[in-house]
Design a protein around this ligand. Structure first.
Ligand code: SAH
Length: 581
């Protein structure tokens, strides 16, 4: 290797990796990752860090711009950690995201390129990839001159880049932030300091209902509940709470209330020294405790995805999860609904349901929908949302996705929409055991999606359709919706087993769950860890998985790891122990 740290080298950028760094090669063939460079560029870059076979470099100068390079619309695009792809044309961003999904499915999922290409449809892009976010969380801090500022964190740091007009956010934010910052400056109210844990104002949250045009502002303060506050109940509207420590509260509220669309102003208390933005307590100090927004159902089979005339209205409080790009969310949910292929009779489980948005979409065309969500506030929001929309065939449970639903019937379709880390093991195990005819997987991380699909396809599911939806223009993130069918092949011995209420997982006669098998191996084989995939492979070998795996051969071709002999022996011992073989 004949490159040194701090060298300035010429690099030809060939592609962009999953986190947005340009991947290029020097003339000598050494690989460098260059932030802010796009495929097709030839750039000069300064080497910052060297590893054995590659290095990281900083873009110094674009020598020959790529045909895909555009002028980034935001002046802060290089400092701010929010966007990674602003210098890439939007059309090429979509191609990059399509390729990212495909590559992850092949590389991590182990699927053959042919299999993926046969199922993959063209990504659903945005009409306008700027000003699309309905939610902004601006950190508040102090600059070098001691002035209070709000902005965004610089990439991979907690240094605030002052900016009150992020181009992904709505235009009203600028005015709102200016009012709040002026107020804080005028009354010498302090910003929170992460290093010392002192100071009052941590973040400013702004949300907007794109259809309702209602705006919500929530100030996140580093303050313990005061006596008066502890008497105010959670999300209580009505009598204003007096935040004497906020000083001249009414002066601030009077100004904020003049912003067009202002509907709700609240305070959230968070004294924890963590990166988690919101605390648990919210007090409405002006207006309503929540804003509302409407999501329309679209026909995803027609060009331009026209509205079908059906719509749902949701209540959004400061703590509720709500998709950040409402226009693309309509397309995402409509696609999930289309992939579910409902006729009006089906029982559907919507796991990781949040405030019940997808569940209520599905309920319009299903017999019954059961939503499962782990956050109590979201579950109660989901119930309120069902009532608000007059939907009677949706029921919501508080719990972990995949935990037995005692009163829910056997699912015909299971929809999952997990966070970035993907489905929990218990969720995947339950899906395997329940064997719904169809699974719709909505994912915000194609790497964990690929990992989970590999497991599901190892259990008899076949991917039928894959479609990306760009919810996050200018960033590397992309949503994916996948439709899986159970392969009910007649070639295989088929036990027609219909579980009754709660009659699965731990309660299945003479079988052990994947978790139990893995635990037994761990306990009896010196802490040996075996994956669900390996357990499945051995179960298949002994014909325990009654509906054979359609993707098995395909997966073998695609070099899915095969269970090594020591783990095979351990799993067989476990199966014997549980009298399964
Ligand atoms: N489908 C919803 C929410 C998706 S976000 C929507 O589109 O709005 C993922 C949700 O999963 C979050 O609401 C999160 O609280 C919830 N969640 C995370 N882990 C969970 C688990 N183990 N079981 C159930 N829900 C979980």
């Amino acid at each position: 290797m004949n490159v040194q740290k701090n060298d300035i080298v010429t690099v030809t950028i060939e592609d962009i990796e999953n986190d947005g760094l340009g991947i290029g090669r020097t003339n000598e063939g050494f690989t460098l990752f260059v932030k802010d460079a796009v495929m097709g560029d030839t750039v000069q870059a300064k080497i910052l860090k060297l590893k054995k076979n590659y290095g990281f470099a900083k873009l110094e100068k674009v020598v020959t711009p790529s045909p895909f390079r555009v002028q980034p619309p935001c002046p802060f695009h290089r400092q701010c950690g929010g966007c990674q792809l602003q210098a890439l044309s939007y059309e090429k961003q979509l191609m990059y995201k399509q390729a990212k999904i495909r590559n992850n499915l092949i590389r991590i999922g182990g699927f053959s390129p042919d299999c993926i290409d046969a199922c993959m449809e063209s990504i659903v892009g945005m009409e306008n990839p700027l000003r699309y976010r309905n939610k902004a969380q601006y950190p508040v801090g102090t600059d070098r001159e001691g002035r209070i500022v709000a902005g965004f964190y610089a990439g991979r740091t907690h240094t605030i880049v002052p900016n009150t007009d992020c181009l992904l956010e709505t235009e009203e934010n600028r005015e709102i932030l200016q009012i709040i910052l002026d107020h804080l400056r005028r009354h010498h109210i302090s910003a929170y300091d992460e290093n010392t844990g002192k100071g009052l104002v941590r973040h400013i949250l702004i949300r907007k209902g794109f259809t309702s045009r209602e705006i919500m502002v929530c100030l996140i303060l580093n303050h313990r509940p005061v006596k008066k506050l502890t008497q105010a109940s959670f999300h209580k509207p009505g009598a204003p709470v007096d935040f004497s420590f906020l000083e001249k509260q009414n002066e601030l509220l009077q100004k904020l209330s003049q912003v067009e669309g202002m509907t709700s102003v609240s305070v959230n208390l968070n004294t924890e020294r963590t990166n988690v933005i919101m605390g648990k307590e919210v007090y409405t100090i002006w207006g309503k405790p929540a804003i509302s927004d409407t999501i329309h159902v679209r026909d995803m089979t027609k060009p331009g995805y026209p509205f079908t005339g059906k719509e749902l209205t949701f209540s959004i409080s400061p703590l509720s999860f709500y998709q950040v790009n409402p226009v693309q969310t309509e397309k995402l949910y409509s696609l999930a609904l289309e992939f579910a292929g409902l006729t009006g009779r089906e029982t559907v489980w919507d796991l990781y349901c949040g405030i019940g948005t997808i569940s209520l979409f599905l309920a319009q065309r299903a017999g019954k929908v059961y939503g499962v969500e782990v956050i109590p506030q979201a579950v109660s929001d989901a119930r309120i949302n069902a009532e608000r929309n007059g939907i009677k065939n949706a029921e919501f449970f508080l719990g972990k996705a995949g935990e037995p639903l005692e009163t829910a019937g056997h699912p015909d379709v299971i929809v999952v929409d997990p966070p970035r880390k993907g489905c929990d093991e218990i969720c995947l195990n339950t899906i395997w055991h329940m064997q719904p005819d169809k699974i719709v997987y909505v994912s915000c991380d194609s790497a964990t999606l690929a990992r989970d699909l590999k497991i599901l396809c190892g259990g008899g599911y076949e991917i039928k359709r894959i479609r990306g939806v760009d919810q996050f223009g200018m960033t590397v993130h992309v949503e994916t919706v996948v439709q899986l069918y159970h392969q009910k092949s007649t070639e295989y011995f088929h036990v027609d087993y219909e579980p009754k209420n709660g009659d699965y997982l731990d309660k299945m006669p003479a079988t052990a769950t994947y978790r139990e098998i893995k635990q037994w191996v761990y306990d009896n084989y010196n802490g040996m860890k075996v994956s669900s995939l390996y357990v499945a492979q051995i179960k298949q070998k002994y014909g325990i998985i009654e509906r054979e795996c359609y993707n098995k051969r395909k997966l073998e071709n695609a070099r899915v790891p095969q269970c090594p002999s020591d783990k095979k022996a351990a799993i067989e011992a476990a199966l014997k122990h549980f009298k399964m073989i």
